[in-house]
Design a protein around this ligand. Sequence first.
Ligand SMILES: [Mn+2]
Length: 355
Amino acid sequence: MNDRITKLQNQFKEKNIDCFLVTSKENIFYLTGFTGDSGLLFIAPRKALLITDYRFQGEIVDKVKNSDVCVTRKAYIEELSSHRIAKRKSRIGFEATDISYGLYWELRKKFDWLKFKSFDSFVEDLRITKTKEEIGKIKKACGILDKSFEEAISYIKEGVTETDIAIELEYRMKKAGGEKLAFETIVASGYRSSIPHGVASNKKIKKGEFITIDFGTTYEWYNSDITRTAFLGTPTKKDKEIYETVYNAQKLAIESVKENMRTRDLDKIARDFISKSGFGDYFSHSLGHGVGLGVHEKPSISKKDKHSLKKGMVFTIEPGIYIPGYQGVRIEDTIALEGSNPTLLTNSKRELMVL
Ligand SMILES: [Mn+2]
């Protein structure tokens, strides 16, 4: 973990800054192991200072590594300004995608000798490839999803609501060691399954409907993400065709994953397959996204992304077909590129489950 902060410091020159302020909780955790949910991490060229408050003193603060810690009762900025660490600096980097507008202006007032330089990503670029230990945690989180799904599947019956199914799954995830939901559980049935991100509603499940269930949990801060689409009753020929197309597009994409491949090329493989099958207009989102301390992080497996797949990356592959006014299907798995071939971290049955 120590070299994570060093890796940032080593890039200060090239990034044209001489200090960096980390406000994102996940980034502070990634760099120091701090698990409190409030703090500021100031990184100078040779040291780092974490400022937090008395709510986290003791156990939480004691586990912080690679940084000095200051537990304060004052406002964080007030406290920071009383330390030497911010003196004699001239250009500070900050996390533009995380900091609040209010905090930004307070900082500008208090540190008026500093030039502020915004970063859309910096720590996030380090997070993009994971260590074995990190992948192990994501794998644990994924295992919780498989277990919960298997237990909850018998609960999907005619007449239960989408919310009933979501509650059942969420209870089982928590019971199996999941810490918190990675995102609001999606249960979208029938016409609602054509909404790619339809969170569970009070709609009741009926025969003849697809039920798309997209859920995730965290384990030791690391996320997991899976989607399965089941069918209640007897699927029509068209329903089977939609499902088979998504299934085969995903299978093809997973089999195509290899090191150094461009993420946009992987996206294209699944997209072209769906287009050739005649459903090209109905695959409206990107093929996947990185998973780690964030449930949606780099790389994006999409047309415009500029990354190539590297060892240590963890990402989803989730093609879908959504036909407005009809129904939709998505199948999603979380995958790690550990060796030169992909490892599936989520393993629930992918073939159509007819209930
Ligand atoms: Mn996803």
